[in-house]
Design a protein around this ligand. Structure first.
Ligand code: FPP
Length: 269
């Protein structure tokens, strides 16, 4: 990171008067609309969207965000026309190849969540190579959700857990929400604090259904190709103004009373 962007990041962080999101998750929506409104093919929006991926990833790493999860391709996206699906897969490979240097320079560790076995071989191989290349990095974790669906993730977790119960490795009576967490695609990464959605829709679209239970939601009208570093800073600033109670109460100093991570004994709204 250059000295100028280091100073800029420090000044921004000092200007925040509330919590900082350790984990940000983003529903990158509106690529198609962005392109169509300019009379262009939808895939041009996806291509421009990869530049937002680079900009936002670098900015998040520079600011000290611990984890960034991007909804890059849902299980439902397979229903799109063949040309759009194959373009997205080729863009994924292109992005991974092009960004390796940036990932390494910023000590970013790449992970992926979803039914990765659904991806075409060429995309999966490049993904696996990049994950292996960055595995030793100790900076931000960048997770790409690919062929991902929140309900499928829970069904996959339930199936694996049921097998362990049947084999006697887990007692059915001992299962609580932390047990189930351990069977999700990546249980090491803490839950998202801030969930951003671009292009204005007010839905979760099957994204991180388990993990987003207490995430603060931030929806912006800007389409994903328009969402860059300044927009990310705006979302982080809005998050800093939120009061997070985790179903409990706030202390006088504004901090949440009690544990932040809920267990089955302490649920709340
Ligand atoms: C939603 O826009 C976006 C997607 C389905 C794919 C997101 C993909 C990228 C940003 C590029 C590839 C990603 C990586 C990580 C290299 P939409 O097409 O649903 O937009 P619309 O709602 O306006 O139609």
């Amino acid at each position: 990171m250059s000295a100028a962007s280091q100073a800029e990041a420090r000044a921004f962080l000092e200007s925040l008067s509330g919590p900082f999101p350790d984990h940000i998750a983003i529903i990158m929506d509106g690529n198609g609309r962005w392109a169509e409104s300019r009379g262009w093919l939808r895939v041009r929006g996806h291509k421009e969207g990869t530049n937002s991926v680079r900009d936002v990833t670098t900015a998040a790493a520079e600011l000290g965000v611990r984890s960034l999860t991007l909804y890059a391709f849902s299980r439902e996206n397979w229903k799109r026309p063949d040309f759009e699906v194959s373009t997205l897969m080729r863009l994924l490979r292109l992005y991974l190849r092009r960004e390796r240097e940036t990932l390494m320079e910023n000590r970013i560790r790449l992970k992926a969540i979803g039914r990765l076995e659904d991806l075409p071989r060429f995309a999966r191989t490049t993904l696996e190579e990049t994950i292996a290349l960055t595995a030793g990095n100790d900076g931000m974790v960048l997770r790409l959700a690919l062929s991902y669906g929140g309900r499928t993730e829970m069904a996959d977790a339930a199936r694996a857990l049921a097998r362990d119960v049947a084999a006697g490795r887990v007692g059915a009576e001992d299962i609580d929400d932390e047990t189930l967490r351990g069977y999700l695609y990546d249980s090491e990464t803490p839950d998202p604090d801030l969930l951003i959605r671009t292009a204005g829709e007010m839905r979760l679209s099957n994204f991180l259904l388990w993990q987003a239970s207490y995430a603060e939601l931030y929806v912006t009208e800007e389409c994903w190709p328009e969402f860059r570093r300044p927009q990310l800073l705006g979302a982080i600033k809005a998050f800093a103004g939120r009061k997070r109670k985790f179903g409990g109460l706030l202390r006088g100093d504004g901090a949440a009373v009690g544990q932040q991570r809920l267990t089955t004994e302490a649920t709340g709204t």
